[in-house]
Write a protein that binds this ligand. Structure first.
Ligand code: ADP
Ligand code: ASP
Ligand code: MG
Length: 454
């Protein structure tokens, strides 16, 4: 591959929500001649509507209402573009596919149909965005990523094959980027049988990072609706501020622990390939943003707070655990057998608490499969609780700094904390709280740890 500079730019749903947003985003692309490849999400709100259809709607008036909303969202953009007839034909074909799949889903909703349905959002938006860039006088080409973004067949949370992507990108994608600006889909891929898969909600960030790695890009830009990564979600704490520079390890912890701004896996390819990542606002690129890189100048004790809702906590209690060996091995072999992915874990002499992974397309709290529950119940008492949120304090050397946990727990003395994980990483301390308390917990911690004037 050539050594010239190569930027991959990713635009999220709000950055392609309507014609005006698409124009802002297209300007960012054409203003940087290094940007040869663009990865985009579905127009804002579209994936949620498609998920609703995929869950199986029997009420035909709601189904028709969604179909006409989807048509309106896309038609209202192409109204401003050239080549309307061809674009309208592409949109109609995809809306017809959506209607057929929604019909199937209302008879029997499966993860496979869900992925086919939700992928239509990115397939639609890429048709239109390609035209918006072309209308600004630049050669631009749409590329269907599915044949090269090969994944396994875990629909809703498919795992990409990095080696295959690299090999296929070299032959199929990289050469196109030398001739035109290429626009492709985030979030979607295909399995070995050619069925469409998705990488989990918010997965376009991850797609963009994987593609940046595959084409050997020098920079990955994630353009969104906020000017960078903030000290916490600015929608929750209005006093949150953007972080100009953050290390890969801190930002990875933030992504893993629920900062919606980046999909949890986004930084893995960037770290592997040493690709600096810029996060900025497509509406206000002049406001700057956050650089995520290997080395940064400052490493504060408390850097940021994250929140992840819809947690399912499973507690396993058994007196047989007391001074015994092999109990945890048995538990985990049962969980592995039912492909239950575990997120956090804490243990005491007679009980183990764990939370279940929440990265699939549904956005709901994950359930412990009934068969796994039954088999675990032969070993121990199993309790499942929902309505919980995970809060994480992200920072540096918290375990080595006297007084840091006291500061955190002083703030939290009025809350009921369910599961505290501390020590496994130098960069975070996390715990579960009732979902109803979570926003206030974030506000209180932000005030005490991250607002210097307090
Ligand atoms: P996109 O559609 O561009 O991928 P997302 O909605 O997935 O955008 O992510 C951007 C949103 O992430 C912001 O609007 C903000 O509410 C939320 N967010 C959560 N945590 C943070 C954080 N630490 N910094 C900035 N934004 C955050
Ligand atoms: N459109 C997908 C979603 O809403 C992927 C993404 O936005 O990253 O989850
Ligand atoms: Mg996102």
């Amino acid at each position: 591959m050539t050594q010239s500079r190569f930027t991959v730019a990713k635009f999220g749903g709000t950055s392609v929500a309507n014609f005006e947003a698409m124009q802002h985003s297209a300007k960012i692309v054409i203003n940087n001649p290094d940007t040869k490849l663009v990865v985009i999400s579905a127009c804002s709100g579209v994936t949620n509507l498609l998920v609703e259809l995929a869950n199986g709607i029997t009420d035909s008036s709601r189904k028709n209402e969604i179909l006409s909303t989807l048509r309106d969202i896309h038609y209202s953009i192409i109204e401003h573009t050239s080549n309307k007839t061809a674009l309208a034909a592409e949109i109609n074909t995809l809306i017809d596919d959506i209607a057929t799949l929604a019909e199937q889903a209302s008879l029997s909703s499966t993860a496979k149909i869900t992925d086919q349905l939700v992928s239509c959002g990115e397939l639609l938006s890429t048709h239109i965005f390609t035209q918006v860039i072309a209308d600004m006088g630049h050669r631009c080409q749409r590329f269907d990523i599915r044949p090269i973004m090969r994944t396994d067949n875990q629909y809703g949370k498919a795992v990409p094959d990095v080696a295959v992507l690299k090999a296929l990108a070299l032959t199929h994608l990289f050469p196109l980027c030398q001739e035109a600006i290429v626009v492709t889909q985030g979030f979607i891929g295909s399995d070995d049988e050619g069925n469409t898969t998705t990488l989990g909600r918010g997965g376009s960030d991850y797609s963009a990072a994987l593609i940046a790695e595959a084409v050997n890009a020098n920079t990955l830009e994630i353009w969104t609706d906020v000017p960078g990564i903030y000290t916490t979600d600015p929608r929750i704490a209005t006093r949150a501020t953007p972080i100009p520079e953050i290390s890969f390890s801190e930002a990875s912890e933030m992504a893993n622990f629920g900062a919606k701004i980046l999909h949890p896996s986004t930084l893995i390819p960037a770290i592997r390939q040493h690709i600096p990542v810029f996060v900025g606002s497509s509406k206000a690129p002049q406001d700057g943003g956050t650089w995520v890189k290997e080395e940064v100048d400052s490493s504060p004790l408390f850097r940021a707070l994250t929140l992840r809702n819809n947690q399912t906590m499973v507690t396993l209690q058994s007196l047989n655990m007391y001074h015994a060996y092999g109990f945890l091995a048995e538990v985990f072999s049962i969980l592995a057998k039912y492909r239950v992915s575990v997120d956090l874990i804490t243990t005491s002499e007679v009980s183990v608490s764990l939370t279940l992974d929440t990265t699939d397309t549904s956005g709901k709290a994950p359930n412990l499969p009934a068969a796994a529950h039954e088999e675990l119940s032969t070993l121990c008492k199993v309790t499942v609780e929902q309505g919980l949120s995970l809060v994480a304090v992200i920072g540096n050397k918290m375990g080595q700094t006297k007084g840091s946990s006291r500061k955190i727990f002083n703030t939290l003395e009025d809350y009921n904390l369910r599961m505290i994980c501390y020590g496994a990483s130098q960069h975070n301390l996390c715990f579960l709280v009732k979902q109803d308390d979570a926003h206030q917990v974030i506000k209180d911690l932000h005030r005490d740890l991250l607002e210097p004037e307090y």
